[in-house]
Design a protein around this ligand. Structure first.
Ligand SMILES: [Zn+2]
Length: 338
């Protein structure tokens, strides 16, 4: 990579004097100079006439997929386009914008981020570049996490795993808050915002900042990471919060289509599978903890459970992440006993 001093020398030699005199402009130019290549276009999945998403097939970020492994959502309303999740980089955000242009020429009028994990919002940068005044919504706990350094953490994480495929991305947090319970009106489309609250479990399902977006007229839920058929990072969430939330939402959203943050859409069966997965692990951890077993001793016993053998073992991340997942459950159980 070119050193900053060498860069300035190159710019001077090229005769771009004006930008060197203006440090901010020079910085913007430097970012352009080192912007990683574009994210190749990905096909859009249509769920209803108004609700779409871009399915990320890969379970993990890597250099080949440019860090694209979570699903951006697109809702086309009378008043314009609402975007759910923006991907892990400015390049992915720009790809989402290109796909939107194939569907409609309406402007993007709102962006909603479902939580603070970087694969769901680092692409915000592309949307403020295209629409400088666009409202970007997130939960107040998400804003706080980013203030505390979460943006930098995720930027570095993706740079490392993708071989710098997100270079040029500027960390762009939400600029509006949603706490859950709000209704947003976009003409023919009403969005209801859901946030799980139970102080006993620190208001956590996947994180304490989860927003779920219900498209009322279409009976569609964009659920972020509160449920998925994948073994993901559980260390920011709560097993008991997840079990409680799933039990409520399976009843509340029966007959709805669920579009998760990772993997293909389905009905409420997605919540049911997620519940069974979390409950199987939690109940076994409780039982084996009382028998004095350590987490690595629990793992083979948990893997013998029918749901694990028949269903969860086919999910991405099962072999690599299940052990860590169980360790997180043991930690939560231990803390709950204190
Ligand atoms: Zn997440």
């Amino acid at each position: 990579m070119m050193k900053r001093r060498d860069f300035f020398r190159t710019v001077m030699a090229a005769g771009a004097g004006a930008s060197v005199l203006n440090p901010l402009f020079a910085l913007a130019e430097e970012l352009q100079e080192f912007k990683a290549p574009p994210m190749p276009d990905q096909p859009v999945t249509k769920v209803t006439d108004r609700c779409y998403y871009i399915l990320a097939k890969d379970p993990e970020p890597n250099p080949e997929n440019h860090g694209f492994f979570s699903n951006p959502g697109i809702i086309i309303t009378q008043k314009g386009v609402v975007v759910l999740e923006t991907g892990s980089s400015v390049q992915i955000g720009e790809m989402v914008l290109r796909q939107i242009r194939k569907l409609t020429d309406k402007p993007v009028v709102a962006v909603i981020n479902t939580h603070y994990h970087g694969d769901h919002w680092l692409g915000n940068h592309a949307f403020v570049q295209a629409y400088p005044d666009v409202p970007i919504y997130g939960h107040p706990a998400m804003m706080q996490k980013i203030k505390d350094g979460e943006g930098k953490f995720w930027f570095d994480f993706f740079q490392r795993l993708t071989d710098n495929a997100i270079t040029g991305t500027v960390i762009t947090p939400p600029n509006r808050t949603l706490k859950g319970g709000e209704t947003l009106n976009f003409g023919d489309v009403t969005l209801k915002i859901h946030h799980y609250q139970n102080p006993d479990y620190d208001n956590k399902v996947h994180t304490e900042s989860d927003l779920m977006v219900e498209v009322v007229e279409d009976k569609v839920i964009y659920s972020g990471d509160v449920a998925m058929r994948r073994i993901a990072n559980a260390s920011d969430g709560s097993f008991r919060g997840t079990i409680d939330a799933m039990q409520q939402w399976i009843r509340a959203f029966d007959g709805h289509t669920i579009i998760p943050g990772h993997g293909p859409h389905d009905g409420v069966a997605l919540f049911k599978d997620h519940l069974t997965f979390f409950k199987t692990i939690w109940d076994d951890v409780a039982k084996y903890y009382e028998e004095g077993l350590a987490d690595f001793e629990m793992k083979p016993k948990i893997m013998e459970e029918p749901f694990m053998k028949n269903v969860a073992s086919k999910w991405p991340g099962y072999n690599s992440t299940l052990g860590k997942f169980i360790a997180v459950a043991v930690q939560e159980y231990e803390n709950a006993m204190l």
